[in-house]
Design a protein around this ligand. Structure first.
Ligand SMILES: Nc1ncnc2c1ncn2[C@@H]1O[C@H](COP(=O)(O)OP(=O)(O)OP(=O)(O)O)[C@@H](O)[C@H]1O
Ligand SMILES: [Mg+2]
Length: 491
């Protein structure tokens, strides 16, 4: 009996057995335990711990998590005292997030009452902080869908040598993760019009940073901030981001497990920004499905989950991901039909976009800027389009930065900006238009045919692991108004 004829359970067992023999390693050749990822949000009314999906399943709660779960997100007197820079006083209100490498606080600028988020990360003096470096680079070219760095300052910790970097960021109240969780609790689906708007904005954010040569390397729902009131998504957490240089190796053990591109699982060290597009495809599929598409229980099991959906990679696909695995004999699993993965009401063009993003061969995935031109987003470009809540479609949705357009073909540029939209103003005014006005109180806290068709198209000439030590920065190598009739409101 061929593998493809076996039952799903048999296939799973067989695949798992085969995968155990497959040495999936990082660039240093060592097997790593899966990276755990946890997110806690202070706006959770129950005060309960929200453990992020990726890798959290088997891990017991840390002391910190347990403390937060049983009590509240109140911040210590020490933190309250320390979150002050020489020039600006920040009145820290409460903890709103906690990740593997730092805590995030909601704070008020004493002088202006402005609400900000402060991400406090313990610095490892031995390494340059890449997160700050990248955020400063990104903030020089502000983008409406990338979180803005307002300021930064350094503070001393309680231990003699401890130094903390404090990144002062614009505050955005929710994440795709917290919004999805809310829909799940209410037994509702993420409305397709919202998936559309958020995925479009994420494509733009990625196109922008990719155009700057930056790869994010940790795209996941927890790192996508959203303001549901204004239907704005902002990419955050550049702790794993890196400017990828052709010819320079990069760490393979990077990105949270469920969202990790297969070439990373295969240990590739010369990957490119297509790894972010894979992760975006995973996030989009999760929004459409209501649960992670590839919920791998371990690093190797992640590959099993992917093969169960995409089928066994061909020799060519394997070569494209990592030539070293060409000779490995995989059990032959047939791909699962895409349409059967999602509920019947999910539109075919949404599935098509996710499918393109989730190609084994990195160069066959669409680029982020190409994703913006996919038919799934055509509704947004209609002169009568409105936002999901019925408000006018903001012009900023179609005002692209030079960086975004850097990787677009001319015909795509034409298709991306609908004729009824005035040409692009200077970048500074673009960012200002979409900036989020802080809440006064903090009490409660024309698709181009190039997509997927060109196997010769080279990846951008740009090609984290916080999994390997080095702390906060991630270290490698040491160092308009439209008339409202085409409503996008949920069906
Ligand atoms: N600007 C912001 N406004 C509001 N909340 C934020 C902001 N930045 C971060 N957060 C919250 O804090 C959480 C952790 O922040 P961030 O992802 O930057 O830290 P991290 O330690 O690098 O996380 P991880 O390593 O787990 O991905 C986010 O998932 C989000 O819930
Ligand atoms: Mg994060």
């Amino acid at each position: 009996m061929s593998v493809s004829q076996k039952s799903a359970t048999d296939q799973q067992t067989l695949l798992s057995d085969m995968m155990r023999d497959l040495a999936v390693t990082d660039s240093s050749g060592t097997r790593h335990p899966p990276r755990r990822s946890t997110v806690l949000r202070g706006d959770d009314a129950t005060g309960a711990t929200a453990a992020a999906t990726a890798g959290a399943a088997a891990a017991p709660p840390s002391e910190f998590e347990a403390r937060l779960a049983e009590k509240s997100y109140e911040i210590s007197a020490q933190d309250r005292k320390e979150l002050r820079s020489d020039t600006i006083n920040y009145d820290a209100q409460r903890m709103i997030g906690h990740g593997s490498f730092g805590a995030v606080f909601l704070a008020r600028v004493a002088e202006t009452n402005e609400i900000v988020a402060i991400k406090k990360v313990l610095q490892d003096r031995r390494f340059k902080n890449r997160e700050l470096q990248i955020m400063r680079q990104v903030s020089k070219q502000p983008h409406p869908y990338v979180v803005n760095l307002c300021h930064h300052f350094v503070t001393k910790g309680p231990k003699h040598d401890d130094v903390y970097l404090n990144l002062v960021l614009e505050y955005v109240p929710e994440t795709v993760y917290s919004v999805q969780r809310q829909y799940n609790r209410n037994k509702e689906n993420f409305p397709i019009p919202l998936v559309k708007v958020y995925m479009y904005q994420l494509s733009r954010a990625l196109a922008h940073i990719h155009g700057m040569g930056i790869c994010h390397r940790d795209i996941k729902p927890q790192n996508l901030l959203v303001d549901p009131a204004r239907q704005i998504l902002k990419l955050c957490d550049f702790g794993s981001a890196k400017v990828l240089m052709k010819g320079e190796p990069n760490i393979a053990y990077i990105c949270s497990r469920y969202y990790r591109a297969p070439e990373l699982i295969f240990g590739s060290t010369d990957y490119n920004t297509a790894v972010d597009v894979w992760s975006q495809g995973c996030v989009m599929a999760e929004m459409l499905k209501g649960s992670p598409l590839f919920p791998g229980a371990s690093g190797v099991d992640q590959l099993v989950e992917i093969i169960k959906v995409l089928g066994t990679p061909s020799k060519e696909e394997l070569r494209a991901m990592n030539p070293n695995y060409q000779e490995f004999r995989f059990p032959q699993i047939r791909p699962h039909p895409w349409a059967t993965i999602f509920r019947a009401s999910v539109p075919a063009d949404a599935i098509d976009l996710a499918r393109i993003m989730l190609s084994y061969t990195p160069s066959r995935r669409c680029r982020a800027i190409e994703a913006c031109g996919h038919p799934f987003f055509n509704d947004l470009r209609s002169p009568t389009a409105v936002m999901p809540d019925g408000t006018p479609m903001p012009q900023v949705m179609f005002q692209f930065t030079e960086e975004e357009l850097a990787l677009a073909m001319p015909d795509l540029v034409q298709a991306l900006v609908p004729p009824h939209i005035p040409r692009r103003p200077p970048p500074s005014s673009i960012a200002a238009t979409a900036s989020i006005t802080p809440e006064p109180s903090v009490a409660g806290g024309g698709y181009t045919s190039s997509i997927g068709t060109s196997s010769t198209r080279s990846a951008p000439d740009t090609s984290r692991s916080r999994g390997e030590g080095g702390g906060g920065g991630g270290v490698e190598g040491g160092a308009t108004a439209a008339a409202a009739s085409t409503s996008l409101a949920a069906p």
